[in-house]
Design a protein around this ligand. Structure first.
Ligand code: O2Y
Ligand code: MN
Length: 616
């Protein structure tokens, strides 16, 4: 039976502010749950929910001797990833969402949501999750409240953010918070009171992941999966935070954060933006092959960056955990990540071994003889189906990575020396190239493109523009976002980080990789850091400044001079064609494209023309 409003208020912790209680009561009145639980974030609460989900069939507990305190969830086949086509930015003016977002009228969307959410939690418990993005109390950190009817979301949010009493205390002390409402859209009782049984992975065929940039609200309906449901991640930390960042003069970015310590003990910090399927998690846990260098993880996916009192740009990781792709993770590709998954992990859509452990494609060279696949079916090698879903995931607390930096939770953040923009490009883009200045760096970030792989949306091999790796994550018009980056550059002045473009994926004429990647990606990064120190000169080229011959450290690497020069080959005619595509691409943003970026395209064409002349 749905709760009375007075009962709803009585569920709230004593220090919950009235405004919050009124909002929760309003959502409960709309969604009509059977019970309300305010999450305190305790281990006891987590253990209770885990046991409840094992009993209901949502979780399979893994063999505690092999994988202590770890669980496997299997989602519905229709609910296996973020759904960009069902993700909406609901700004009053469509122009404020821009051509790269799905826009919806906020008034109309609120009507749709009111209809969808009416009674959607009947028969369920509504969980109220106070959470902090970033260390509690930090100047760059922010608060939120997620309401959800999914216990799976609660236990995932507990690892991915800082939930519970401390966050509620910060809200009670007057902290502003972003409201985020989530429902799986599978009520257990209909409006006439007819009950139906629950299923292990409740969700709805109808999905809406909606953002209201003017009121800083998030409403998500119909999916229990990842970025659609763990609303602190992409919905808040990127889409809504990018709007807040623009209003408040900072940057909310889809970037990993690293600390790198050189042989002389000097520390550097780097952020890096990569589109999907470019090895971002591997870079976040890089094991450098150059002797004397150490790399530590500060964040694997999102960076919030703000100019500090000393004028430099400081970054925090707003998250507390990793929600990474499992397939392809192995002792060879990312041992640090694999070791982090030894205990206290939630796996979603990986395969189950006969002895109660997990497996996915790429974990071992030889698959086990028998598995239960991600859909709960018997699986044997050669059966023609993947055992784990290609977008299967692990959720793990960041502190479990042996590479985690001791300062990953420093509320003040880490000062950024270098920003990298990457992409997957078989041709044209060199291994590394330094931007001529901040404006050129913004142009490079704005024009990033990447070849699509089987795992991503789009045709395999086709190029997808993914500006700043923010295409699905910018909460407002992308061209206004570029203008914001240019503005931040003016504030930072000569204290701005240096910006580089990297490409680990270049191939030779026979389609073979030219660069070994993985730990050897520390080599171009080392060159970037030596540029920061002013230790090496660079050569002006079409794409930017590239290493002078002999300056890239390839000691101990089995790479020929020919391969090395192919990694930096810049064909002026091919670049001319890229410039024409960039002009077309900018055209979709109309007169919103900042003049400085048109200017950068003009400079690029000048460099191309000069190279064409020299080649004649
Ligand atoms: O498919 C999902 O719901 C997850 S998407 C995701 C998860 C962790 C880090 N990055 C991403 C992404 O799509 O960039
Ligand atoms: Mn991401």
């Amino acid at each position: 039976m749905a709760l009375e409003v007075t009962t709803i208020a009585s569920t709230a912790p004593a220090n919950a502010p009235e405004e919050l209680v009124t909002w929760v009561a309003g959502v409960a009145e709309l969604t009509k749950p059977d019970a309300i639980h305010w999450c305190d974030g305790s281990e006891a609460e987590r253990d209770r929910l885990n046991a409840q989900m094992v009993a209901s069939g949502t979780f399979v507990q893994l063999n505690p001797e092999k994988r202590p305190n770890s669980y496997l969830a299997r989602s519905e086949p229709s609910d296996v990833a973020r759904v960009e086509s069902r993700t909406f930015i609901c700004s009053a003016d469509p122009d404020d969402a821009g051509p790269t977002n799905n826009w919806a009228d906020p008034v109309e969307m609120k009507k749709t949501l009111a209809w969808l959410f009416a009674g959607c939690m009947r028969g369920r418990t509504m969980y109220v999750i106070p959470f902090s993005m970033g260390p509690l109390g930090g100047e760059i950190s922010k608060l939120g409240i997620e309401i959800t009817d999914s216990p799976y979301v609660v236990v995932n949010m507990r690892m991915m953010t800082r939930i519970g009493k401390p966050a509620l205390d910060a809200i009670a002390a007057g902290g502003t918070w972003v409201p985020a409402v989530h429902s799986v859209g599978y009520p257990l009782v209909d409006p006439d009171g007819n009950a139906r049984a629950d299923v292990p992975w409740p969700c709805s065929d109808e999905k809406y992941i909606t953002h209201f940039p003017e009121t800083h609200e998030i409403w998500s309906y119909g999916s229990g999966y990842g970025g659609n449901a763990l609303l602190g991640k992409k919905c808040y930390a990127l889409r809504i935070a990018s709007v807040l960042a623009r209003e408040e003069g900072w940057l909310a970015e889809h970037m990993l954060i690293l600390r790198i310590t050189g042989p002389d003990g000097r520390e550097y910090h780097l952020t890096a933006a990569f589109p999907s399927a470019c090895g971002k998690t591997n870079l976040a846990m890089l094991r450098p092959t150059i002797p004397g260098w150490k790399v530590e993880t500060v964040g694997d996916d999102i960076a919030w960056m703000r100019p500090g009192a000393d004028g430099r740009l400081y970054a925090i990781n707003p998250e507390a955990g990793f929600f990474g792709v499992a397939p392809g993770t192995s002792e060879e590709t990312n041992p640090t990540c694999l070791h982090a998954l030894n205990h206290d992990v939630i796996f979603t859509n990986v395969a189950l071994t006969d002895d109660g452990d997990i497996w996915w494609e790429g974990l071992t060279d030889v698959p086990p003889d028998h598995l239960i696949d991600w859909q709960g079916l018997d699986w044997t090698p050669g059966c023609g189906r993947p055992a784990a879903h290609p977008n299967s995931r692990f959720t793990v607390h960041a502190s479990q990575a042996e590479s985690i930096s001791p300062d990953w939770e420093d509320p003040a953040g880490v000062p950024i020396d270098v920003i990298l923009f990457g992409g997957r490009r078989a041709r044209n883009i060199p291994l590394i190239s330094e931007s001529y200045d901040w404006e050129h760096g913004v142009f490079v970030g704005a024009t990033v493109s990447s070849e699509q792989t089987a795992a991503a949306e789009g045709t395999v091999g086709s190029l997808r523009r993914d500006p700043f790796a923010m295409l699905p994550f910018c909460g407002y018009n992308m061209a206004d976002y570029w203008a914001h980056w240019l503005k931040v550059g003016l504030v930072l002045g000569d204290k701005a980080p240096k910006i580089f473009q990297v490409n680990w994926f270049r191939k030779d004429a026979d389609g073979k990789w030219l660069w070994p990647g993985f730990g050897d990606n520390s080599r171009p990064i080392e060159w970037a850091l030596r540029r920061v120190n002013g230790e090496v000169e660079a050569v002006d080229a079409i794409s930017g400044r590239i290493p002078a011959p002999g300056d890239l450290n390839v000691e101990g690497l089995d790479i020929s001079e020919q391969q090395l020069s192919a990694l930096f080959e810049l064909d002026p005619d091919a670049w001319d064609r890229e410039a024409a595509l960039t002009e077309e691409y900018f055209a979709q943003f109309g007169d919103k494209v900042p003049e400085a970026l048109h200017q950068q395209l003009w400079y690029l064409r000048e460099r191309i023309a000069k190279a064409q002349d020299a080649a004649e």
